[in-house]
Design a binder for this molecule. Structure first.
Ligand code: SAM
Length: 285
């Protein structure tokens, strides 16, 4: 079987199908087997695994996934790629290809049609929607055990960031509430055609069975959102405007939580956010 990582093979396919890269869909195709191997190794794929691949493109990674897993469900938005995937994945019977926008379908229903088991997600997506897709997958309590995804390098750094560092923010808290993130590898621009403007990282999010902190989810995220609402402002100011409370009321909640009101949101750990949220709940009731 022809591997699809060689630029000349990709160009030949493009020509044969009269296919043009669609900027709107963020199409940058992988051309490096070593990176593919790192993605496969990092996501620990075995013959027993069910895979959800989002954005298979011309099927470069999909071929490897079909060879090494039980079944691959691939969701691709671009209908012009359907005939190409039909050809490049023709040798495999353990695949299901859906032409759809992953953000507009019932993912849970599509997964359950394939198997009742847990899925591993693999995705190399357009940078502008990666965070939205990752958060959709994490927030919706889907049967997903891990998400291995290519993201802009800066986004990967924000996902793994610890309190008090410059990259730490609401994305770090949200990702770490649902998963344990780990950077698998840095990916240079040169391994894609066409080349993107930014460097990438493959990051693996190991989905947690339960959040690492105990607090009502909605109130926790309300406090987190308010805390990060104004970057260089103190928690006292952020929470008082975000939660619509007097400064005295916020001071009381923060003192009970042993958090100094002059600290900034970007220094709080998940445990501290949970404590503040719990004291906010007690205050309201
Ligand atoms: N996985 C292929 C690779 O590594 O060579 C292609 C990667 S390319 C960066 C992103 C792919 O995601 C494209 O094939 C694009 O058409 C597809 N895509 C973009 N937005 C999508 C969406 N909302 N739902 C499903 N697929 C999408």
């Amino acid at each position: 079987m022809d591997r699809l990582t060689s630029p000349s093979t990709i160009n030949a396919i493009k020509k044969r199908y009269n296919f043009y890269f669609n900027k709107r869909y963020g199409q940058n195709f992988l051309t490096d087997v070593n990176i593919i191997e790192k993605i496969l190794e990092g996501s620990n794929i075995t013959k027993e695994d069910y895979i959800l691949e989002i954005g298979p493109g011309i099927g470069t990674l999909t071929q490897f996934l079909c060879e090494r897993s039980a079944h691959v469900l691939a969701i691709e938005i671009d209908k012009n790629l359907m005939p190409i995937l039909g050809e490049t994945l023709a040798d495999f019977s353990n695949k299901t290809i859906i032409n759809a926008d992953v953000l507009r379908i019932d993912i849970s229903e599509e997964l359950s049609k394939i198997s009742g088991k847990q899925f591993k997600v693999i995705a190399n997506l357009p940078y502008y929607i990666t965070s939205e897709i990752v958060m959709t997958l994490l927030e919706n309590k889907l049967p997903i055990e891990s998400i291995t995804v290519m993201v802009q390098k800066e986004v990967a750094h924000r996902m793994v960031a610890t309190p008090g560092t410059k990259d730490y923010g609401s994305l770090s808290v949200a990702v770490q509430y649902y998963s344990r993130p780990e950077i698998i590898t840095i990916v240079p621009k040169t391994v894609f055609i066409p080349q993107p403007k930014v460097e990438s990282c493959v990051i693996k999010l190991n989905v947690l069975d339960n959040p690492p902190v105990k607090s009502d989810k909605d109130e926790f995220f309300k406090v987190v959102k308010a805390s990060f609402s104004m970057r260089r402002k103190t928690l006292l100011n952020c929470l008082s405007s975000g939660l619509e409370l007097d400064k005295e009321q916020v001071t009381e909640i923060l003192q009970k939580s042993h958090v100094d009101p002059v600290r900034r949101g970007e220094t709080l750990s998940l445990e501290e956010f949970a404590t503040v949220a719990n004291n906010y709940i007690s205050f309201k009731s």
